[in-house]
Write a protein that binds this ligand. Structure first.
Ligand code: C2E
Ligand code: CA
Ligand code: CA
Length: 527
């Protein structure tokens, strides 16, 4: 096409010259020779006595007109052809450009997402194998933030060249999916060990220093790998599997690679569902207080209840704290749940005998929160619940993180008449330092001391009781059960233990079921 265009301007004048010479030649030939012969041959009358001048005038006139009628359309036609040619050329260029844009990513020059998806779709449509290695750069955002997008583009270009070379070495295609997300596509079966080697090469090469002088001077990559023969037979599902595997790597420390694992994905989905349900549960008061009686010794009369959280699920089942408290901790929802439980528990307890007390478990983050004492005191005021009827149970783990804050908060509560109990005593730090430095009013001896066959623990219980007596603290024994009868309750009472709690006196129950307890007339009265 270009050659033709280049030759055209030279050829045209020559052609014109030939045309002009031919016309003139033919006219001369006709006028001076052929005319007489033809007329003679046709047996027509012919006057051959024309002056030469007359003949030349005819030749020039007819040639002139012939040339004009030849040149003008030729020039017009030539312009028309030139215009058509240039439009055609422009169209071709635009078409080529569109094809490049539609196939390749303009920044990196790698195959783009659309073509990648088509390639995978075609391959899987033909029931042939495909493996996707999704690569997400680590710390790329820092490059853009610190050096601007132009520097970021240079880095992406450099990374693309490294991936291209790995793809070439291993019979794959390098793809830029968008942003700092790349992919290597293999359209053949690759053994797991081979994929591992390629992924390792990617991690190593993408962690190597960048020639574009930027900070951080080296990035890193987190990789997720999926395979059509084990994970998914549909293009977007295969990419999603690689994405899930990559996400797992991001969570577990980056610069690593993972294969898609359906069991991990199932657990992750279940966890996400649980988190969503728990958020709703807290908002809609599905988490309710159950009440477990605490009895005074030796009378064994109920003097109060420990509030224990239960999740009443919409499907009618009940979930215990071990299943949801750690998740709520992670979601930062423990304060909201505790507030809701306090409100519900106080409203129930306000209908009981006003000597009955409530004991509430308070988590580590709340105990050390500077706002906690005032928020609790205000809530108890709002609920018209006397401070001296309220007790907070804390564990030693809650104290070690920020002992000073815990000390300030607990002494403020203690000063307002709220009892502070140290829960699960004997299994954690069991530190004398904690007991003496903090405003602790009560110790709850962990139930593991009273487990069946643990009679050798009883001397330790005696020691704790002796220590508490010296420090003027009260003691509750947790986990007193039916099988401890008849000895443990009387032994505890004789050893100076003030309170007992456990299945012997009642299991945790909702407020509406408290009449079920038979061990104490106090409970009957309360209901
Ligand atoms: P905890 O504070 O030590 O609560 C006592 C646990 O022992 C309760 O389990 C109770 O049902 C169980 N228990 C009571 N008596 C007996 C007995 O005689 N034998 C046996 N085997 N177990 C007995 P639960 O309700 O599952 O609570 C477990 C833990 O969850 C609690 O231990 C507490 O640390 C935490 N928890 C419960 N409710 C809340 C809450 O509202 N807030 C916070 N932060 N933690 C809570
Ligand atoms: Ca407790
Ligand atoms: Ca306990």
């Amino acid at each position: 096409m270009n050659d033709l265009h280049r030759r055209n301007p030279c050829r045209l004048p020559v052609l014109l010259m030939i045309a002009v010479s031919t016309v003139i030649g033919l006219s001369v030939l006709w006028e001076f020779k052929l005319e007489g012969w033809v007329m003679h041959w046709l047996a027509l009358p012919y006057d051959a006595d024309f002056e030469d001048a007359e003949r030349w005038r005819f030749v020039l006139t007819s040639t002139g007109f012939s040339l004009i009628s030849l040149i003008v359309p030729t020039i017009l036609l030539r312009r028309l052809i030139a215009n058509a040619q240039s439009s055609f050329r422009r169209l071709k260029q635009a078409q080529a450009q569109t094809e490049t844009l539609a196939t390749y990513d303009s920044l990196s020059g790698l195959v783009n997402r659309r073509i990648f998806m088509n390639m995978v779709r075609n391959q899987l449509g033909l029931r042939r194998p495909a493996a996707v290695m999704l690569i997400d750069l680590d710390h790329f955002k820092a490059v853009n933030d610190q050096h601007g997008h132009a520097a970021g583009d240079l880095v992406l270009f450099e990374i693309a060249r490294r991936l291209e070379s790995i793809a070439d070495d291993n019979g794959g295609v390098a793809v830029r999916l968008g942003g700092d997300e790349f992919c290597l596509l293999f359209l053949n079966f690759k053994h797991q060990t081979e994929l591992c080697q390629i992924a390792e090469a990617v991690v190593v090469q993408l962690s190597a220093p960048l020639s574009s002088a930027v900070e951080p001077s080296a990035l890193g990559a987190t990789i997720g790998i999926s395979r059509s023969w084990t994970d998914a037979q549909e293009a977007s599902a295969l990419l999603h599997c690689a994405d899930t595997a990559m996400y797992r790597g991001k969570k577990s420390g980056r610069s690593t690679f993972n294969f898609y694992d359906s069991e991990y994905e199932r657990q992750r989905r279940a966890q996400a569902d649980l988190e969503l349900s728990l958020k709703r549960a807290v908002e809609e008061d599905e988490i309710v207080p159950y009440f477990q009686p605490i009895v005074a010794l030796p009378s064994q009369e109920v003097v109060g209840f420990e509030v224990l959280a239960r999740w009443l699920k919409p499907d009618g089942s009940t979930s215990t704290p071990a299943e949801f408290i750690p998740v709520l901790e992670r979601l930062g929802l423990i304060p909201v749940m505790t507030r809701s439980l306090i409100r519900q528990a106080c409203r129930a307890a306000n209908r009981w005998d006003d000597r009955l007390r409530l004991s509430m478990n308070v988590s580590a983050t709340m105990v050390t929160d500077v706002l906690f004492p005032d928020q609790l005191l205000n809530q108890l005021r709002e609920e018209h619940f006397a401070f001296h009827r309220f007790e907070v149970e804390i564990t030693e783990e809650a104290l070690v993180g920020n002992l000073d804050a815990a000390q300030r908060n607990l002494s403020k509560l203690h000063d307002h008449g709220i009892t502070v109990a140290l829960d699960d005593f004997g299994i954690g730090y069991s530190s004398l330092y904690h007991l003496t430095r903090l405003s602790i009013d009560k110790i709850k001896i962990d139930r593991s001391f009273f487990e069946p066959g643990q009679t050798d623990h009883l001397p330790m219980v005696e020691a704790i009781l002796g220590m508490a007596r010296s420090l003027k603290m009260q003691v509750t024994a947790e986990g007193v059960e039916e099988f401890h009868l008849p000895h443990l309750p009387s032994w505890l009472a004789n050893s100076g233990c003030n309170y007992a709690q456990g299945y012997l006196y009642g299991r945790p129950k909702p407020a509406s079921s408290l009449f079920c307890y038979t061990h104490s007339s106090f409970v009957q009265q309360a209901c």
